[in-house]
Design a protein around this ligand. Structure first.
Ligand code: PLP
Length: 393
């Protein structure tokens, strides 16, 4: 609240807002960036009153959290944002804020951690969870209109098969039924998609991924369009009383990471497209899943709702099934064989192994998170790994 002495002019682009970290400096000294705020408690004044309305960071947040929240709200075209301790903390807070008995609609393919949470705790929370196939508007419409629905949760492109959903079309369906539409916008990032501008009510991010961008912070965020004030009140109360708050040092690192988001996406997204194009029609690859490819099933919708690129996530479905695909993941020299995504270093993951029991991911799917390396080096690395995996026969 009070650290912020300067607002950027209206209408400036996200790249500008991000580069300047929302341009805020210390009101006392002008120091830019403003000091890192780590305090968890606040001394009262001599009249025993709170000086700035804050008593405790879990309850009212902190200047550091508010700084990054304001930046998130600006780049997602929202009215307010809430930073939490991980992406899943942000996702599950939304489901936990609903009244018992609420009917919620999710997609078959989505971040597997959320699917697992809904399977384990959804019914205990009194939620009636309905699952629809991704990218099928007729099924979505039928599900939403069948019975009163509290929440529609979508992810596009959906991890890890990168199926595309038309956000504006689902927003129209949800609005018509009085349901809240929440969109996991982790992969497109606000650089390539602003779901609130397409009619969604709530955006969720795993800030662990592209927003922080350096594999060294776990954080999540929710951003509201301001149209569901009661839900937003309950979400703020969720963080306050269930306590999924982010520490001050991590909030600072997240802000610092976000300053380069636009520059990173300008390198990552074209690089991912070049790699996807290289492996499209490759003799050792059955299919490449990447919405930027002209032949991808979701390309038309993606081209209409994503701006400036298709982000850095793709999947290679390798010929030769589980054995060969696992071998490729074990044979790369540049791609790091690790989970997560959205950092500076490229990662390769045999997703079925990571998801384990209950996974519906194809056994020959390799998930690639493209980083900032030279795309030619990355292509050569996968080609080499394929050759070594094949030669093991
Ligand atoms: C990683 C991820 C999440 C979960 O975020 P965490 O920060 O790991 O809790 C949710 N959705 C998507 C699309 C993700 O990639």
């Amino acid at each position: 609240m009070t650290t912020n002495t300067r607002e950027l002019p209206d209408g400036v682009k996200s790249a500008t807002v991000l580069a300047q970290g929302n341009g805020r400096c210390s009101p006392q000294t002008g120091e830019y960036p403003p000091p890192i705020s780590v305090g968890v408690t606040y001394a009262r004044d001599s009249g025993y009153a709170l000086r700035d309305g804050k008593a405790y960071t879990r309850d009212q947040g902190s200047a550091g959290l508010e700084h990054v929240e304001r930046l998130l709200a600006l780049v997602e075209r929202g009215t307010d944002a809430l930073v939490l301790s991980s992406g899943l903390a942000a996702s599950t807070a939304v489901f936990q804020a609903l009244a018992p008995g609420s009917r919620v609609i999710v997609q078959e393919v989505q971040y597997f951690g959320l699917t697992k949470w809904l399977r384990e705790f959804g019914a205990d929370q009194g939620l009636r969870v309905v699952t629809v196939p991704n990218g099928n508007l007729d099924s979505m419409r039928a599900a939403v209109t069948a019975e009163p629905t509290a929440l529609v949760w979508i992810e596009t492109p959906a991890n890890p098969t990168w199926v595309v959903t038309d956000v504006a079309a689902v927003a129209e369906i949800a609005d018509g039924a009085g349901a809240v539409l929440a969109v996991d916008n982790t992969v497109p990032t606000p650089i390539h998609t602003n779901p609130l501008a397409l009619g969604a009510h709530l955006v969720m991010h795993s800030c662990t991924k592209y927003l922080n961008g350096h594999d060294d912070v776990m954080a999540g965020a929710l951003i509201t369009d301001g149209s569901k004030p009661e839900l937003w009140r309950r979400l703020m109360l969720q963080r306050q009383l269930a306590g999924q708050v982010l520490g001050g040092l991590d909030a600072y690192l997240l802000l610092r990471g976000m300053k380069t988001l636009s520059a990173r996406m300008r390198v990552i997204s074209p690089s991912a497209l070049a790699i996807a194009e290289h492996f499209d029609d490759h003799p050792d690859i059955e299919r490449v899943a990447y919405p930027g490819l002209a032949g991808d099933a979701g390309h038309k919708i993606a081209a209409a709702q994503m701006t400036g690129g298709y982000s850095g996530m793709l999947a290679l479905l390798v010929r030769g099934g589980l054995r060969v695909s696992l071998d490729v993941a074990r044979q790369t020299e540049l791609f790091i064989p690790a989970t997560s995504l959205g950092g500076t270093a490229s990662l390769i993951e045999h997703r079925y192994t990571f998801e384990g029991a209950g996974s519906r991911t194809p056994e020959n799917l390799l998930r690639l998170s493209i980083g900032l390396e030279d795309p030619g080096d990355l292509i050569a690395d996968i080609e080499g790994a394929i050759a070594r995996a094949r030669s093991r026969g």
